[in-house]
Ligand binder design. Structure first.
Ligand code: B12
Length: 214
Protein backbone atom coordinates (compact mmCIF):
# COMPACT_ATOMS: atom_id res chain seq x y z
CA UNK A 1 0.00 0.00 0.00
CA UNK A 2 1.33 3.47 -0.94
CA UNK A 3 2.31 5.48 2.10
CA UNK A 4 0.55 8.57 0.72
CA UNK A 5 -2.70 6.60 0.53
CA UNK A 6 -2.23 5.42 4.11
CA UNK A 7 -1.61 9.02 5.20
CA UNK A 8 -4.72 10.31 3.39
CA UNK A 9 -6.92 7.61 4.91
CA UNK A 10 -5.46 8.06 8.36
CA UNK A 11 -5.72 11.83 8.32
CA UNK A 12 -9.34 11.64 7.12
CA UNK A 13 -10.10 9.31 10.05
CA UNK A 14 -8.59 11.88 12.44
CA UNK A 15 -10.48 14.70 10.73
CA UNK A 16 -13.84 13.03 11.30
CA UNK A 17 -12.82 11.55 14.66
CA UNK A 18 -13.26 7.91 13.62
CA UNK A 19 -11.03 5.76 15.85
CA UNK A 20 -12.02 2.48 14.21
CA UNK A 21 -11.18 3.78 10.73
CA UNK A 22 -7.83 5.07 12.00
CA UNK A 23 -7.02 1.69 13.55
CA UNK A 24 -8.06 -0.32 10.52
CA UNK A 25 -6.01 2.00 8.28
CA UNK A 26 -2.93 1.35 10.41
CA UNK A 27 -3.57 -2.40 10.56
CA UNK A 28 -4.20 -2.61 6.79
CA UNK A 29 -0.97 -0.72 6.18
CA UNK A 30 1.07 -3.07 8.38
CA UNK A 31 -0.60 -6.05 6.71
CA UNK A 32 0.15 -4.52 3.30
CA UNK A 33 3.88 -4.29 3.93
CA UNK A 34 4.27 -0.82 5.42
CA UNK A 35 6.76 -0.93 8.32
CA UNK A 36 5.91 0.35 11.78
CA UNK A 37 8.71 2.94 11.55
CA UNK A 38 7.24 4.32 8.33
CA UNK A 39 3.79 4.35 9.88
CA UNK A 40 4.99 6.38 12.84
CA UNK A 41 7.25 8.76 10.94
CA UNK A 42 5.38 9.23 7.65
CA UNK A 43 1.77 8.92 8.84
CA UNK A 44 1.21 9.55 12.56
CA UNK A 45 3.76 12.34 13.03
CA UNK A 46 2.81 14.44 9.96
CA UNK A 47 -0.89 13.81 10.64
CA UNK A 48 -0.46 15.25 14.14
CA UNK A 49 1.45 18.23 12.73
CA UNK A 50 -1.42 18.78 10.31
CA UNK A 51 -3.88 18.60 13.22
CA UNK A 52 -1.80 21.30 14.95
CA UNK A 53 -1.95 23.48 11.85
CA UNK A 54 -5.73 23.12 11.59
CA UNK A 55 -6.09 23.99 15.28
CA UNK A 56 -3.78 27.00 14.96
CA UNK A 57 -5.76 28.31 11.98
CA UNK A 58 -9.14 27.79 13.68
CA UNK A 59 -10.22 25.02 11.34
CA UNK A 60 -10.20 22.48 14.19
CA UNK A 61 -11.68 22.98 17.64
CA UNK A 62 -9.78 22.01 20.77
CA UNK A 63 -12.16 19.05 21.05
CA UNK A 64 -11.27 17.82 17.55
CA UNK A 65 -7.56 18.16 18.34
CA UNK A 66 -7.96 16.26 21.64
CA UNK A 67 -9.91 13.52 19.87
CA UNK A 68 -7.27 13.20 17.14
CA UNK A 69 -4.55 12.94 19.80
CA UNK A 70 -6.47 10.32 21.77
CA UNK A 71 -7.07 8.31 18.60
CA UNK A 72 -3.40 8.36 17.64
CA UNK A 73 -2.32 7.32 21.14
CA UNK A 74 -4.82 4.48 21.09
CA UNK A 75 -3.79 3.31 17.60
CA UNK A 76 -0.10 3.37 18.54
CA UNK A 77 -0.78 1.30 21.65
CA UNK A 78 -2.88 -1.24 19.78
CA UNK A 79 -0.63 -1.85 16.81
CA UNK A 80 2.58 -1.86 18.82
CA UNK A 81 1.93 -5.27 20.35
CA UNK A 82 1.51 -6.87 16.95
CA UNK A 83 5.05 -6.00 15.89
CA UNK A 84 8.11 -8.11 16.71
CA UNK A 85 10.86 -6.49 18.78
CA UNK A 86 14.57 -7.17 18.72
CA UNK A 87 15.67 -9.42 21.63
CA UNK A 88 16.98 -7.45 24.65
CA UNK A 89 20.37 -5.82 24.05
CA UNK A 90 21.10 -5.00 27.70
CA UNK A 91 20.59 -1.25 27.41
CA UNK A 92 18.17 0.80 29.48
CA UNK A 93 16.52 4.14 28.81
CA UNK A 94 14.27 6.35 30.91
CA UNK A 95 12.13 8.72 28.82
CA UNK A 96 10.24 11.76 30.04
CA UNK A 97 8.80 15.18 29.36
CA UNK A 98 9.76 18.00 31.63
CA UNK A 99 8.06 20.44 33.99
CA UNK A 100 4.68 21.52 32.67
CA UNK A 101 5.26 19.89 29.31
CA UNK A 102 2.14 17.97 28.31
CA UNK A 103 3.14 17.00 24.77
CA UNK A 104 4.04 13.35 25.19
CA UNK A 105 3.39 11.67 21.86
CA UNK A 106 6.84 12.46 20.44
CA UNK A 107 8.71 10.89 23.34
CA UNK A 108 6.29 7.95 23.25
CA UNK A 109 7.36 7.38 19.63
CA UNK A 110 11.02 7.61 20.60
CA UNK A 111 10.38 5.10 23.42
CA UNK A 112 8.62 2.64 21.12
CA UNK A 113 11.46 2.78 18.59
CA UNK A 114 14.01 2.02 21.31
CA UNK A 115 11.96 -0.88 22.64
CA UNK A 116 11.67 -2.30 19.14
CA UNK A 117 15.49 -2.29 18.97
CA UNK A 118 15.77 -4.30 22.18
CA UNK A 119 16.25 -1.52 24.72
CA UNK A 120 14.49 -1.75 28.06
CA UNK A 121 12.49 1.48 28.24
CA UNK A 122 10.84 3.17 31.20
CA UNK A 123 8.50 5.76 29.76
CA UNK A 124 7.36 8.27 32.37
CA UNK A 125 5.23 10.53 30.16
CA UNK A 126 4.38 14.15 30.83
CA UNK A 127 4.96 16.60 33.64
CA UNK A 128 7.71 14.89 35.65
CA UNK A 129 9.42 16.42 38.73
CA UNK A 130 13.26 16.20 38.38
CA UNK A 131 13.99 14.41 41.70
CA UNK A 132 11.70 11.56 40.68
CA UNK A 133 13.41 11.26 37.31
CA UNK A 134 16.81 11.06 39.02
CA UNK A 135 15.54 8.37 41.41
CA UNK A 136 14.13 6.39 38.51
CA UNK A 137 17.42 6.60 36.59
CA UNK A 138 19.22 5.33 39.65
CA UNK A 139 16.85 2.50 40.46
CA UNK A 140 16.76 1.25 36.87
CA UNK A 141 20.53 1.72 36.41
CA UNK A 142 19.75 3.54 33.18
CA UNK A 143 22.30 4.12 30.42
CA UNK A 144 20.34 6.90 28.77
CA UNK A 145 17.83 9.61 29.66
CA UNK A 146 15.58 10.94 26.88
CA UNK A 147 14.01 14.33 27.57
CA UNK A 148 11.34 15.80 25.34
CA UNK A 149 10.51 19.49 25.08
CA UNK A 150 7.83 20.87 22.78
CA UNK A 151 7.41 24.35 24.22
CA UNK A 152 10.46 26.62 24.05
CA UNK A 153 9.55 28.08 27.44
CA UNK A 154 10.69 24.85 29.11
CA UNK A 155 14.41 25.28 28.34
CA UNK A 156 15.29 26.11 31.94
CA UNK A 157 13.34 23.11 33.24
CA UNK A 158 15.35 20.84 30.96
CA UNK A 159 18.58 22.51 32.01
CA UNK A 160 17.70 22.02 35.69
CA UNK A 161 16.85 18.37 35.21
CA UNK A 162 20.14 17.74 33.42
CA UNK A 163 22.01 19.51 36.25
CA UNK A 164 20.24 17.34 38.81
CA UNK A 165 21.24 14.20 36.89
CA UNK A 166 24.88 15.35 36.71
CA UNK A 167 25.00 16.31 40.38
CA UNK A 168 23.91 12.92 41.67
CA UNK A 169 26.92 10.56 41.97
CA UNK A 170 24.73 7.60 41.01
CA UNK A 171 23.52 9.14 37.75
CA UNK A 172 26.25 11.53 36.64
CA UNK A 173 27.45 9.14 33.91
CA UNK A 174 24.00 8.65 32.39
CA UNK A 175 23.99 9.96 28.81
CA UNK A 176 21.37 12.60 28.17
CA UNK A 177 19.56 12.94 24.86
CA UNK A 178 17.12 15.80 24.26
CA UNK A 179 14.65 16.41 21.46
CA UNK A 180 11.48 18.13 20.35
CA UNK A 181 10.36 20.79 17.93
CA UNK A 182 12.18 23.87 19.34
CA UNK A 183 15.42 21.87 19.37
CA UNK A 184 14.81 20.78 15.79
CA UNK A 185 14.54 24.44 14.85
CA UNK A 186 17.69 25.41 16.81
CA UNK A 187 19.78 22.29 17.61
CA UNK A 188 22.43 24.39 19.40
CA UNK A 189 19.98 24.75 22.32
CA UNK A 190 20.76 21.15 23.27
CA UNK A 191 24.37 22.00 24.17
CA UNK A 192 23.35 25.12 26.07
CA UNK A 193 21.11 22.87 28.19
CA UNK A 194 23.99 20.51 28.94
CA UNK A 195 22.73 17.52 26.93
CA UNK A 196 25.14 15.01 25.40
CA UNK A 197 23.33 14.95 22.07
CA UNK A 198 20.08 15.55 20.25
CA UNK A 199 18.21 13.88 17.41
CA UNK A 200 15.54 15.37 15.21
CA UNK A 201 13.20 12.39 15.27
CA UNK A 202 12.67 8.91 16.66
CA UNK A 203 14.47 7.17 13.81
CA UNK A 204 17.62 9.29 14.05
CA UNK A 205 17.60 8.99 17.86
CA UNK A 206 18.24 5.24 17.73
CA UNK A 207 21.32 5.54 15.52
CA UNK A 208 22.89 8.28 17.63
CA UNK A 209 22.08 6.57 20.94
CA UNK A 210 23.72 3.32 19.86
CA UNK A 211 26.94 5.27 19.21
CA UNK A 212 26.63 7.32 22.43
CA UNK A 213 26.33 4.34 24.78
CA UNK A 214 28.55 1.93 22.82
C1 B12 B 1 -1.52 17.13 20.61
C2 B12 B 1 -1.09 18.53 20.95
C3 B12 B 1 -1.36 19.02 22.22
C4 B12 B 1 -1.95 18.14 23.31
C5 B12 B 1 -0.86 17.16 23.84
C6 B12 B 1 -1.47 15.88 24.39
C7 B12 B 1 -0.51 14.76 24.58
N1 B12 B 1 -0.97 13.80 25.34
O1 B12 B 1 0.60 14.72 24.03
C8 B12 B 1 -2.43 19.19 24.37
C9 B12 B 1 -3.89 19.47 24.18
C10 B12 B 1 -2.16 18.86 25.82
C11 B12 B 1 -1.65 20.44 23.91
C12 B12 B 1 -1.54 21.55 24.70
C13 B12 B 1 -0.90 22.72 24.31
N2 B12 B 1 -0.38 22.96 23.09
CO1 B12 B 1 -0.15 21.61 21.72
N3 B12 B 1 -0.04 20.56 20.20
C14 B12 B 1 -0.40 19.33 19.98
C15 B12 B 1 -0.07 18.95 18.52
C16 B12 B 1 -1.35 19.10 17.69
C17 B12 B 1 0.49 17.58 18.27
C18 B12 B 1 1.73 17.22 19.11
C19 B12 B 1 2.23 15.88 18.63
O2 B12 B 1 1.81 14.87 19.13
N4 B12 B 1 3.06 15.88 17.55
C20 B12 B 1 3.53 14.64 16.92
C21 B12 B 1 4.86 14.18 17.53
C22 B12 B 1 5.16 12.77 17.08
O3 B12 B 1 5.86 15.04 17.00
P1 B12 B 1 6.99 15.66 17.91
O4 B12 B 1 6.46 16.00 19.23
O5 B12 B 1 7.63 16.71 17.10
O6 B12 B 1 8.03 14.47 18.14
C23 B12 B 1 9.04 14.07 17.22
C24 B12 B 1 10.30 14.94 17.21
O7 B12 B 1 10.13 16.28 17.64
C25 B12 B 1 11.28 14.19 18.07
N5 B12 B 1 11.24 14.30 19.52
C26 B12 B 1 10.27 14.69 20.38
N6 B12 B 1 10.66 14.52 21.64
C27 B12 B 1 11.90 13.99 21.60
C28 B12 B 1 12.79 13.63 22.62
C29 B12 B 1 14.03 13.12 22.29
C30 B12 B 1 14.97 12.73 23.38
C31 B12 B 1 14.40 12.99 20.94
C32 B12 B 1 15.73 12.48 20.59
C33 B12 B 1 13.53 13.35 19.91
C34 B12 B 1 12.29 13.84 20.26
O8 B12 B 1 10.96 12.84 17.77
C35 B12 B 1 9.52 12.72 17.74
C36 B12 B 1 9.13 11.54 16.91
O9 B12 B 1 9.79 11.52 15.65
C37 B12 B 1 1.01 20.03 18.19
C38 B12 B 1 1.24 20.29 16.73
C39 B12 B 1 2.66 19.91 16.35
N7 B12 B 1 3.24 20.59 15.40
O10 B12 B 1 3.24 18.97 16.89
C40 B12 B 1 0.52 21.22 19.04
C41 B12 B 1 1.50 22.28 19.47
C42 B12 B 1 2.83 21.66 19.85
N8 B12 B 1 0.86 22.84 20.67
C43 B12 B 1 0.99 24.11 20.76
C44 B12 B 1 0.47 24.89 21.83
C45 B12 B 1 0.58 26.41 21.67
C46 B12 B 1 -0.11 24.31 22.97
C47 B12 B 1 -0.65 25.04 24.21
C48 B12 B 1 0.24 26.17 24.73
C49 B12 B 1 -2.07 25.52 23.85
C50 B12 B 1 -2.77 26.29 24.94
N9 B12 B 1 -2.93 27.56 24.69
O11 B12 B 1 -3.12 25.75 25.96
C51 B12 B 1 -0.77 23.88 25.23
C52 B12 B 1 0.49 23.72 26.11
C53 B12 B 1 0.38 22.55 27.05
C54 B12 B 1 1.66 22.26 27.78
N10 B12 B 1 1.85 22.89 28.93
O12 B12 B 1 2.47 21.45 27.35
C55 B12 B 1 1.78 24.69 19.61
C56 B12 B 1 3.21 25.07 20.04
C57 B12 B 1 3.65 26.35 19.36
C58 B12 B 1 5.03 26.74 19.77
N11 B12 B 1 5.84 27.05 18.77
O13 B12 B 1 5.39 26.78 20.90
C59 B12 B 1 1.67 23.55 18.54
C60 B12 B 1 2.86 23.45 17.58
C61 B12 B 1 0.37 23.79 17.76
C62 B12 B 1 0.45 24.96 16.82
N12 B12 B 1 0.60 24.73 15.55
O14 B12 B 1 0.36 26.09 17.19
N13 B12 B 1 -1.14 20.28 22.66
Amino acid sequence: MEITTVYDRYFEALRVGDRRAALSTARDALGGGVGIHELYMDVFQPAMYAVGHLWETNQFTVAQEHLATAITQSVMAQIYDSVDSHPPIGRTMVATCIGGELHELGVRMVSDFFELEGWEVFYLGANMPPPDVVRMLESKRADLLAISMTLGGHINDVRNLISAVRESPATKKVRVMVGGQPINRSPEISQSMGADFTASNAREAIDLAMKAVA
